[in-house]
Design a protein around this ligand. Structure first.
Ligand code: 13P
Length: 247
C-alpha cells in the first residue's frame, strides 16, 4: 500500500509574512490523511523548520548541489539542507532542466549527493509538448529515470519518490487527463519492474502539472498515481489543503 504524498513546490514565491500566514491557515484547516510536504525557497527553509515544528507537514527544498562542499559560489549542499532539518529535496524539475542547465547526468549526481546525507529526493521526469507530439514521451521519461538508476541503483532509488510532470502541463492550466497521466505512470512502473519488481510496487509516483482542487480527486483515483507535486495551487493554503484532502 502506497500512502498518498502531496508536495507543495512554492517555486520562487513567498515572504516571511506570507509563509507564516500559509502555515497558520493550513494548520487551522485540520489534519489530512496524506503525507504532506512543503518545498520552500532555500532562504526561507530555516524559518519553515521552526514554523512546521509541531505540525505533520514535512519540509523540502527545491534543489541541491551535486557537490559536497567547497568553492561553489551560490550553491547549497545536500548536507546543509539535512543539517537544518529538511527531509525532502526536489531534483531535476523541468524548470531546472530547461532554464538552469540540469542535465540527466547532473540530476543523477544530485540524487546521489542527496541520498548520501539521508535526504529523500523527489526526482522529476517529463516530456515537452514537442516530444509528446513526436511520440517520444516514454523514451524521454525512461531515459531520465534510467540516468538516475544507473547512478544510485535500485537501493538508492528505493529512497526516492518519482514525479511525472509533463512540461506542457506545468503552469499552463492544461493538466494531463487522468488517463494520459496514468498511462505514463504505469509505463514508469513497468520500466522499474525490469530492475526490481518489488520497487515497481512500492515506488510512489506523483503527478504534477496544473493540479487544482477541482481535478485532484480524478487524478489521484488512478491506480498508479500516488499523489501530486503542486505548483500554483500550493501557494494558497486552502487550495493545497483541499488537494491533500481530495477524494
Ligand atoms: P503547476 O501546478 O503550477 O502547474 O506547477 C507544477 C509544478 O511544476 C510543480 O513542481
Amino acid at each position: 500500500m502506497r500512502n498518498r504524498l502531496v508536495v507543495a513546490n512554492w517555486k520562487m514565491n513567498g515572504s516571511l509574512q506570507a509563509n507564516e500566514d500559509w502555515v497558520k491557515t493550513f494548520a487551522a484547516l485540520g489534519g489530512t490523511d496524506c503525507d504532506a510536504v512543503v518545498c520552500a525557497p532555500h532562504v526561507y527553509l530555516m524559518q519553515m523548520v521552526l514554523l512546521l515544528e509541531d505540525t505533520a507537514v514535512a519540509l523540502g527544498a527545491q534543489d541541491a548541489s551535486e557537490f559536497e562542499a567547497g568553492a561553489y559560489t551560490g550553491e547549497v549542499s545536500a548536507r546543509m539542507l539535512s543539517d537544518i532539518g529538511c527531509r525532502y529535496v526536489i531534483l531535476g524539475h523541468s524548470e531546472r532542466r530547461s532554464l538552469f542547465g540540469d542535465t540527466d547526468e547532473r540530476v543523477a549526481k544530485k540524487t546521489k549527493a542527496a541520498l548520501a546525507v539521508g535526504l529523500k529526493p523527489i526526482v522529476c521526469v517529463g516530456e515537452t509538448l514537442q516530444e509528446r507530439e513526436s511520440s517520444q514521451t516514454l523514451r524521454v521519461v525512461n531515459r531520465q529515470l534510467n540516468a538516475v538508476l544507473a547512478e544510485v541503483g535500485v537501493e538508492g532509488l528505493s529512497h526516492c519518490t518519482l514525479a511525472y510532470e509533463p512540461v506542457w502541463a506545468i503552469g499552463t492550466g492544461r493538466s494531463a487527463t487522468p488517463e494520459i497521466a496514468q498511462q505514463v505512470h504505469a509505463a514508469l512502473r513497468t520500466e522499474l519492474a525490469l530492475h526490481s519488481p518489488e520497487l515497481a510496487q512500492t515506488m510512489r509516483i506523483l503527478y504534477g502539472g496544473s493540479v487544482k482542487p477541482g481535478n485532484a480527486a480524478s487524478l489521484f483515483a488512478m491506480p498508479d498515481i500516488d499523489g501530486g507535486l503542486i505548483g500554483g495551487a500550493a501557494l494558497k493554503a486552502e487550495d493545497f489543503h483541499a488537494i491533500c484532502s481530495a477524494h
